[in-house]
Design a protein around this ligand. Sequence first.
Ligand code: EPU
Length: 289
Amino acid sequence: MRVGGHASLWVEPAHPEDLLKIVDYSRSKMTDPFADPVLKRCVHLTFVGCGSNLLVRDAGISGIALHLGAHGFSQIEIGNHHVHVGAGTRLKHLVMACRRARKTGLEFLEEIPGSVGGALRMNAGAMGHSIFDVVERVRFMDLEGKFFEKPPSELHVQYRTCQGLRNHLILSATLRVAPGDLREIDERLKAFEEKRWSSQPAAPSAGCIFKNLPEGSTGRLIDECGLKGLTFGKARVSEVHGNFIVNTGGATAAEVITLISMVQDRVQKATRKKLETEIIIIGDEEWSF
Ligand code: EPU
């Protein structure tokens, strides 16, 4: 969305050993009763994927933003019916690697601008599918440095969230694929791309702001309430899709957050329906350094 503050420290470990050192260092300071409270804030860990479903407040993140962008966390191993993929891998790269290997089943992920880890945490989806439809197992660690490997049935997977991965760092996953025909894969990719670009805005956004309601598209509901184009500062409810807020240039996170509340209030007054955000709002409420 291109709004919000900076992280005081942005850390990208090069490989798993570095990652363990960072997690260990953070834990030792966070749990040390004699550690300086300012230092504790500085070493607090926030896990960030590609950030496309995050809204960071304007005061930023005063601790460590940990991102698994390095090669050591972005490896893709493709088997006949499975692909094992590092959490830092961009979804687009994963889908293209599967296409080159003539594997099908993940095309619906191609247009989502996220990483595998972020997509798992959010149970990201598009085109009627969600990533957990194809997940076999997820490997992750907790803040104590303990490793886990679990199937979806043990991860409390729900629509657009996976509570079992909350406060955990996702390392890799095994996804199901099937041998496929290149022409059919390309046709599916093209159809999804056309649907994406004809129904969603190109301006910077965080994807859909709100979760859909059980009765259907929240974008349509916001549209029916006449809220497309509603603007606060430089943040605007998209004219293309009602569930997107776009940054028209120089918006602040505070403007986006205010606009989110305005939409929630107006929809509730008009329909008595309560909209829940899909995006996660993180970061400090006020400047701390
Ligand atoms: N519609 C309107 N006006 C609008 C928006 C939509 O009338 O402003 C209508 C459309 O014409 C269509 C129906 O509502 O008939 C459904 O719209 P769409 O296909 O765009 O689906 P959606 O339910 O609004 C969901 C996901 C999107 C995903 C699309 C396409 C959620 C919250 N949204 O939107 O996911 O890309 O389907 O598969 O689940 C996201 O999660 O960030 C996201 C963008």
